[in-house]
Design a protein around this ligand. Structure first.
Ligand code: FRU
Length: 496
């Protein structure tokens, strides 16, 4: 059969002379390039892949299309770090040149096996604009950092009966001496599922069946992408990205959303007893997260801080998206919480701390910067509406607002000249029990803010594309409020 082709299915090896240099130059001076978030020098990135702390270093791979701010032939790009904050860009890790990955090296996860890093990934196969299949493949990285595709790829050819060509994003883990692979899948009736393979040696896989998640997804859910699995504080946790969820109250307002499920996984019966599940993040730009064990076996997460099918202002500069900061997960009162990883403290430069008191309705500026960490403690609250405006200037601002009478918190990114994504709403919100005090921790980095409320109880990620002068931090209230703040400017952790 002749190979289905489209201009977007070419690899970095097919780059024309100087094409990559030109792409790089085009966006090198963009004021929107994040300084400590992993981002592409050019092209589009999406899911984090193959995350690992391996042989004393952190490895982050991620989906990358080099030639434009669009989805095309996906490669695995690669960065590594000794400390989780200073990243070295490495040569692209996987270039899809083989027949078993003819239309892209799609997402997957890694696992250390016999002292090597086994990187499982999906070979995307297209027969036409719509018809497709998928293979599950392996690449192996040794301790010297050499990456080799497994000679007998694919490990799993095609998809099992009962599923469409949408089967992808392997997550492999070991339990009780056996290996298991979870895959996101679409049933032939066009509903989403997670399927399971098992193996004795992490190489030869047999199809075991479908995981009964015991969650009644609406029938609109047509695909489950990027399943992740881990154990935390004695619980089993699945994080997955369902496609097709419709907005419900404060939930699922993005085109694609992410949920987590806490409970108990039984691999014999392929059932998952659910204690609790909910949307993982309340922001605009958060998808396909993946977790891994850090230095001290803590559970760390990176996500794609972006969303499919929306044009971003940086597209014109031929680059798009970044990853989230690394976050540490915990279970508190039966819920999964996300906190900025401890390691991020290493980025702190100058510090400024203080306290402001608003006696009546108004606002006060507490600083200005482009990339910083900000901690706020809001107390003595005698106001219904209060909060903080980030990236503030006369005409712009990202507004985090607490509403005490409704017991909600919201984030509004409408007020920017380069506002975008409005067809899906400019506001995201969550319920929040607002008592006497509210804690807010924010990381901003030139075109992104990640907001952690009450130690990770509610988290919002938002990309915004401010003008150069929009760097203010403003506290506001429609009544009385005391605000203690501590601000750290943050160093650069990755080259532009
Ligand atoms: C999620 C996803 C994955 C797929 C990858 C392709 O964003 O669609 O399911 O493997 O992106 O880039």
């Amino acid at each position: 059969m002749t190979k289905y082709t489209e201009p977007k299915y070419r690899t970095i090896f097919d780059a024309k002379e100087n094409e990559l240099e030109q792409l790089r130059e085009k966006s090198a001076n963009s004021p929107w390039k994040p300084a400590f978030h992993i981002h592409p020098q050019y092209g589009l990135i999406n899911d984090p892949n193959g995350l690992a702390y391996f042989n004393g270093e952190f490895h982050v791979f991620y989906q990358w299309y080099p030639f434009d701010a669009m989805h095309g032939m996906k490669h695995w790009a690669h960065a590594k770090s000794k400390d989780l904050v200073n990243w070295e860009r490495l040569p692209v890790a996987l270039v899809p040149v083989e027949d078993y990955e003819s239309h892209g090296a799609y997402s997957g996860a890694s696992l250390e096996v016999h002292g090597k890093l086994y990187m499982y990934y999906t070979g995307n196969i297209k027969y036409g604009p719509v018809e497709r299949s998928a293979n599950q493949n392996l690449a192996i990285m040794d301790k010297q950092g050499n990456i080799t595709k497994y000679e007998n790829n694919p490990l799993i050819e095609g998809v099992p009966e009962g599923y469409t060509g949408h089967v992808r994003d392997p997550k492999v883990f070991a339990r009780d001496g056996r290996y298991y692979m979870l895959l996101g899948a679409q049933r032939t009736d066009l509903t989403g599922a997670i399927i399971v393979y098992e193996s004795d040696n992490a190489i030869d896989w047999t199809f075991k069946g479908e995981l009964d998640l015991k969650i009644q997804f609406p029938e609109d859910v047509y695909m489950l992408e990027c399943p992740d699995f881990f154990e935390l504080n004695g619980k089993d946790v699945i994080v997955v990205s369902p496609q097709g969820l419709k907005p419900e109250g404060h939930d699922y307002h993005n085109i694609y959303n992410v949920i987590y499920v806490l409970g108990k996984l039984d691999l014999d019966s392929l059932t998952f007893e659910v204690d609790h599940y909910q949307e993982l993040e309340k922001g605009f730009d958060f998808y396909a997260p993946q977790t891994f064990a850090g230095k001290n076996n803590e559970r760390l997460l990176f996500a794609w801080a972006g969303m499919g099918e929306i044009d971003y202002p940086s597209d014109e500069e031929k680059w798009a998206h970044c990853l989230s900061i690394p976050r540490e997960l915990d279970i508190v009162s039966g819920k999964l919480v996300q906190k900025p990883a401890q390691e991020l403290k290493q980025l702190r430069k100058s510090a400024k701390a203080g306290e402001v008191i608003l006696e009546k309705a108004g606002s006060v500026e507490v600083g200005s910067a482009g990339q910083y960490e900000l901690e706020l403690e809001l107390s003595d609250i005698d106001a219904d509406s209060f909060g903080v405006i980030l990236f503030a200037s006369e005409n712009e601002g990202l507004v985090l607002e607490f509403d005490r009478s409704r017991q909600t918190v919201s984030l509004n990114r409408e007020k920017f000249e380069a506002a975008f994504g409005g067809e899906y709403g400019f506001v995201r919100s969550s319920e929040l029990k607002i008592h006497d005090k509210v804690k807010v921790q924010v990381f901003t980095d030139r075109s992104i803010a990640e907001v952690f409320i009450n130690d990770g109880e509610v988290v919002f990620t938002a990309r915004v594309f401010p003008k150069e002068e929009s760097k203010g931090i403003k506290i506001f209230a429609n009544g009385k409020l005391r605000c203690k703040y501590e601000k750290h400017e943050l160093a650069q952790g990755i080259s532009f």
